[in-house]
Ligand binder design. Structure first.
Ligand code: NDP
Length: 327
């Protein structure tokens, strides 16, 4: 038996609770893992609370990422004792996930834990941090350099935003942070932001084109915020869109694309090919100052995860939340 969060949906409604689970109930997979840590991402909070249609199969163990030790494996790349991590692939949505002491997964989904990171550090980065690195890599792939100008990061005090600021500033970019939490300005400056802008300047309808400012952007908010960022991106600048914290719509015009030649790059961490995700983790090991992880993340127990999920959706959680599933 092992402990884990189980999400159920039946006539009595949608509920998440900690339960003792029989190992015989684990899903199919060629690698069984003793999980040490998972995290609470925005998506996990939606899955636990039922506030968004993340879980597509019930009962479900939520948790879109995890780190742990291989207990048993019939996959040729992994043997008992190996340290591995996982992000995405529908885990915590259609396949039992990381918010439990044991997981059984497809070995092709796993990434060896980079030797630079402890399990706790890897989950301090988690899916949010790995997604932030995919955004940075996309900016670089499109040729954006520190000398091109400022990079805007929205949802700055959240998981993706915090890691994006830390990585971009380490790479020499001048980073401007957008937040709804002005009280967190010191936190954002400690991570590397040089200027803090108020969220309310972005999340209302704006003009199709505004004064050109950004060489690049990492947007986790979507909706009017993304439209306003595109409108104020410099000629041939690059905007990466990875989130919908402010809404799924995109009320923009084609003006920034056809008059300023800007590029909008979509970022998906879930089905991202293996080579790219291994490269993202390699880059995190070189381009993120490990000391900043202590500022970005805090740890909770499995028992606290259900309550903290609601706080996260209410914008009350700063940075990253690591879950020690054995506490
Ligand atoms: P967090 O909850 O940690 O951070 C989201 C941040 O967005 C908040 O901290 C807040 O920042 C800001 N925010 C929240 N609500 C609003 C709003 N209504 N209007 C404007 N800003 C808002 O989430 P994550 O960082 O983990 O994820 C961010 C987004 O990225 C989510 O939508 C998530 O689903 C998406 N995501 C997508 C991935 C992909 O593969 N494409 C992978 C990972 C995440 P502040 O307080 O600073 O204003």
């Amino acid at each position: 038996m092992f402990k884990g969060i189980i999400v159920e949906k039946d006539e009595s409604g949608y509920k998440a609770a900690i339960k003792d689970i029989d190992k015989a109930q684990l899903p199919e997979g060629d690698v069984t893992i003793q999980v040490s840590h998972s995290t609470l991402n925005y998506k996990d909070a939606l899955a636990i609370t039922g506030k968004g249609p993340v879980v597509r199969k019930f009962p479900m163990v939520p948790g879109i990422d995890l780190v742990g030790t291989v207990e048993e494996s019939t996959h040729s790349d992994y043997k008992s004792g190996d340290m591995v991590l996982l992000n995405g692939w529908g885990v915590g949505e259609t396949h039992w996930g990381g918010l439990a002491q044991t997981a059984r997964l497809n070995g092709d989904w796993l990434v060896p834990l980079p030797s630079k990171f402890t399990p706790l550090q890897a989950m301090s980065i988690g899916t949010a941090g790995y997604t932030a690195m995919l955004c940075v890599m996309a900016l670089e792939k499109q040729g954006v350099k520190p000398s091109d100008g400022e990079i805007l990061v929205t949802g700055a005090a959240g998981g993706v935003g915090s890691v994006a600021i830390a990585v971009l500033s380490k790479l020499g970019f001048r980073v401007v942070a957008v937040t709804g939490r002005s009280a967190d300005a010191d936190y954002l400056k400690k991570l590397g932001a040089v200027e803090i802008l108020e969220r309310s300047q972005f999340n209302v309808p704006g003009k199709p084109l505004a004064k050109e400012r950004w060489a690049g952007a990492v947007d986790v908010v979507g909706s009017h915020t993304l439209a306003n960022i595109c409108a104020s991106t410099r000629y041939q600048g690059v905007v990466t869109a990875c989130g919908l914290a402010g809404g799924m719509d995109f009320p923009s015009t084609v003006a920034p694309f056809i008059l300023r030649g800007i590029t909008l790059v979509g970022i998906d961490s879930v089905m991202c090919p293996r080579a790219e995700r291994i490269e993202a983790w390699r880059r995190l090991a070189t381009d993120l100052e490990i000391e900043k992880l202590g500022t970005i993340s805090h740890e909770i127990s499995l028992g606290q995860a259900i309550d903290v999920a609601t706080q996260l959706l209410n914008g009350k959680v700063r940075g990253r939340v690591v879950v020690d599933v054995n506490k």
